[in-house]
Design a protein around this ligand. Sequence first.
Ligand SMILES: [Ca+2]
Ligand SMILES: [Ca+2]
Ligand SMILES: [Ca+2]
Length: 337
Amino acid sequence: MKRIMAVAVPLALLVSLFPAAVAFAQETVPTEAQISASANPPVVLYKFEVPDADSALAGIQYDSDDAVLFQAGAQVAPNLEDLPEAQQIAYWWVATDPNGIDDIHFAFVKVWHPDGVLKYQLEALAPSACSDLGTWATPNTPLYAAYRSGQLTTAQADLIVENCGKHVWVPFMMVGELSKHQPAGPYTVTAYVNDGSGAVGSLTNIMDVLPVVGLEIDFTTVDFGMIVPSTAKWVRGDTDMTTPTLPSVKNTGNVNMYLSLNFSEMVGVSLGKVINSFDGKLNAQEINPIPAATPACFNLEPLGSNEVDQLDLSIHPGPVSADTYHGTLVLSGGQSC
Ligand SMILES: [Ca+2]
Ligand SMILES: [Ca+2]
Ligand SMILES: [Ca+2]
């Protein structure tokens, strides 16, 4: 009995020294952690591509209503002749990691040509700021462009903004170029993230490079010079785009282009007589005759991408009077005749 009393007295003294509120302010819970090379890999949640909408201005412009650049999904067209510069493309991807976004150590994107050959690998040295994303409702921002092009829904864009703000998702962006020298077709784009344990996450989509043709000519006039009634006369071309007296045509697009000619009647200045028959030759294909106001298409001699061809033109005057004759020639290029 004496021994029990001796313990009870110090306990009562202890409680009286510490107020009850402080005694319950602390909780102790166990802590735990694992390191595993295979567990908890990072994840790429979303990715999208946005082409630069204004190649004349430095940097990427997300002008989201461009009818050519924004059709269904990720579609990109090269700039004809790569002017004023090769088309720039912003590759965006959003990632997370179960260990926290600081576990993402390395992020990059790889792009393959339609034939499977690697085009390039672009390495993001640092994440983008959440504020760089914009929102789906803010024109001329990446998320608005992704939404407008059908690559993200409004709900997905909202989730990205929300989780980026909470530091649980992180965006990355790299810019790469698309030259007109690259072929049209489906390009495979894969975004990767690596974490500190060596685990990898990735996401792949297809970016369509649209087929385009571009006609460039090196001449501003076709002068048949002195002609003789009822006698054909040729203006011969060459394959040099710097010799305007020798007609040359070039396809500045990324797929085959078919050339069409449409001559108007040539009318005499003084007497009003007309010349209404012509002739054209593109490489090995000659179309003879070509009546005035009748389009003639070189269906056998398409110009390949970046190809320069020789165009020969001839005039077939009838028994016309001495005069000076004027007319026009319209040249047009298309993906078919
Ligand atoms: Ca991880
Ligand atoms: Ca630009
Ligand atoms: Ca020429």
